[in-house]
Structure formats: C-alpha cells, structure tokens
Design a protein around this ligand. Structure first.
Ligand code: ATP
Ligand code: FE
Length: 337
C-alpha cells in the first residue's frame, strides 16, 4: 500500500509518501514569515500553504521515487487547526483523490501525534496496547488512554494554555523570538533549574493549567528588571532552566497520577514539545525510578509532519475507513469524534 499524506493544519506544509508503515519521504516546509510577527498569522499561513503544496508534493513523490499512479490512497489532516490552512490541504487532497481515482482518508491531527509511534523507523518501537499518551503541542495538552488504534479516551487536558504556548509565551517575556520553545530548551541545558522558583498550579484530577505560570513569570521579570535592567541577560540560562523545570514538574506530576489511576505504566509522548530534552530525560529517569516503559518519537515525528498523517492513513486504509468528497475541514475536531 502506498499512501500520500498531506499536513497543513498550522504553519508547516508537509507531504509524505509511505509504503505500508514505512516512510519513503517526509518533506516539511516551515514558514519563516511568522517569526517577524512573534506568532502564526493565519492569512499568511494559508497563502504560504497554497504556494508550497504543489512543489512539496512533487518533491515528496520524487524523493520516494514513486509515480503518482502507483498511489493507493490520499490521506490529509482534516483538523483541528487553522481553518484557512486546513482548507488548502483538504481541497488539494480531494482533487488529487478525484483525479487519480483513489480513495480519500481524513485524519485527526491529534490522533496522528499519538499514532506517530507506529511509524516503522530506526530507534522507535511501537507501544503495545493499552498505553497512556501525553500529547504536548502548540495547541493541546492531553493525557489520553489509548486502548487501540482508534479507541482513545481523554483522561485530562489543559483548561487554558497548552504546554507549547507556555514555552512560547515564557520565551516571549524573555525577549526570545518565536517559536521560543526550542530556545528555552537550548539555554536551559547550561542553567540551574533551582535558581528561581515558580508556583505549581493546583488543578483537579488529570487536568492542566499553564496560564498562571506565564503571569507569574511576567510579574517576576517586571519586578527584577526595574531593579536591574540587565536581569534577563545576566540570568537567561537559569531562567530558562527554571521555567523548563517547572513545566516538566507539572507534566510528570500529572503522569504519575494517571499511572496510579489506570495502572498503566506504558507512557508515549507526542506533539512538538516532546522534542524537549528535559522531558525526554525526565521520562528516562522515570523508567529506572518508577518502572515505567516510555516511548519517545524520533525528532522528525514530534513536530508537525505528514508522516504521522500517513501512518493513520495506513491503519484507516487497512480497516476500510474512507472519506467522501463532501468531507470538510474542521478547525475544532475532537480527538474521539
Ligand atoms: P497542535 O498539534 O496542538 O495543533 P501545533 O501543531 O502548532 O499544535 P506542534 O508542531 O506539534 O504544535 O508543536 C509546536 C510547539 O512545540 C511549539 O509551541 C514549540 O515551541 C514547541 N517545541 C518544539 N520544540 C521544543 C522544545 N525542544 N522544547 C520545548 N518546546 C518545543
Ligand atoms: Fe501538531
């Protein structure tokens, strides 16, 4: 089975070609344009998708050394995401499926962040069912019980900001460019995680809240910079390290609760923030200390990429879950709907 997969939910245009569960190509075109605005500008994102989608598709086919007539199906991200961005991928996928006379498969982006673990790749082994998935991305923070490929239940989620936003907004307060998550990670490596203490929010059960953290960082920085205008520069590494440590403490605390509640000790992370070196290390430590088995995707499958859309496409193809031409993009698309 050859699947061509298209991802256009946010600011990355990506196209992948899979042979069964193996990646033949996975091309990602990141949009640099948003950096100067300090965040993703939806209108610019959809225009860039329009410009990118045809050349990126040709490139993905060429890299895979596959002719479009060999394809078995077209998979695409239906949602959740920015409507204008989703529309570009959705209409392109629909016309391609129509033109080639092959089935269309719609994919939920958040399911894809979880099922990315099933891509056959070096250094990755798929978790066995059931497992707990912690999806940490730019728009979501969820703990999901995964009983089977398409049998998922959200056990807890954020009540306000997502983890990725917490990273990016904290970085913005520190004057770092967008997206700041990877930069916090970079500076945190050589900083002291205990240098500054930020409050851990009290949120019930397995839910999260990150908006208070951003506010307390903002007040703290404002207060310090009135006393010393070079405060951020002089303490950047310690600040990043302490912020990252706080976020990881929150995530690990909830994961421990989820393990206790479900008795499931297999933990798989997904989403852009799973590229973070601190969370990767914390999970490795938990394997030894708590007897968990943890699963971390390769970097290229953490942030948005069409490979993860393709793997969902493959499993949907095998179970005959196809979409019709009337299928529309869905900006809000619940994980289990
Ligand atoms: P969603 O998947 O919820 O629709 P998204 O697709 O925009 O959101 P992803 O691409 O999965 O999000 O993740 C992007 C987020 O990951 C950004 O907030 C970015 O700052 C964060 N991120 C990426 N690398 C790192 C890192 N090393 N440390 C911390 N955060 C990171
Ligand atoms: Fe994503």
């Amino acid at each position: 089975i050859y699947i061509l997969a298209i991802e256009s939910s946010c600011d990355d245009t990506s196209v992948a070609v899979l042979k069964n569960d193996t990646m033949l190509s996975n091309v990602v075109a990141s949009q640099k344009i948003h950096e100067e605005y300090g965040g993703v500008v939806p209108e610019l994102a959809s225009r860039a998708h329009q410009q990118n989608i045809v050349p990126i598709t040709s490139l993905a086919l060429a890299k895979a050394n596959i002719d479009k007539n060999q394809l078995s199906a077209i998979a695409f991200t239906r949602g959740p995401g920015l409507l204008g961005s989703l529309l570009v991928g959705t209409s392109f996928a629909k016309s391609l499926s129509l033109a080639l006379g092959i089935p269309l498969i719609e994919v939920n982006h958040m399911q894809a962040h979880i099922l990315a673990h099933f891509i056959r790749a070096e250094n990755m082994k798929p978790p066995s069912f059931p497992f707990l998935a912690l999806t940490i991305s730019g728009g979501h923070t969820q703990i999901v019980k995964v009983t089977n490929y398409f049998d998922m239940e959200i056990l807890g989620q954020t009540l306000d900001d997502a983890v990725g936003e917490a990273f990016d907004k904290s970085a913005k307060i520190l004057g770092l460019p967008y997206p700041g998550g990877p930069l916090i990670d970079k500076y945190a490596v050589s900083g002291n995680p205990y240098a500054f203490e930020f409050p851990i929010p009290k949120v019930k059960d397995l839910d999260f809240s990150f908006s208070g953290l951003k506010t307390s960082i903002l007040y703290f920085i404002q207060k310090q910079t009135t006393q010393n205008e070079n405060f951020i520069e002089e303490n950047l590494e310690d600040l990043c390290s302490s912020i990252q440590y706080t976020i990881i403490t929150i995530l690990m605390g909830k994961l421990k609760k989820a393990v206790k509640k479900t008795g499931i000790k297999r933990i798989a992370i997904g989403g852009g923030v799973s590229a973070n070196s601190g969370i990767r290390k914390a999970l490795k430590d938990a394997e030894k200390a708590l007897g968990w088995t943890t699963y971390v995707p390769n970097f290229e499958f953490c942030t948005d990429n069409a490979g993860m859309i393709g793997i969902v496409g493959y499993y949907k193809y095998k179970s005959g879950q196809f979409a019709g031409q009337e299928t529309s993009a869905k900006a809000r698309y619940h994980l289990t709907s």
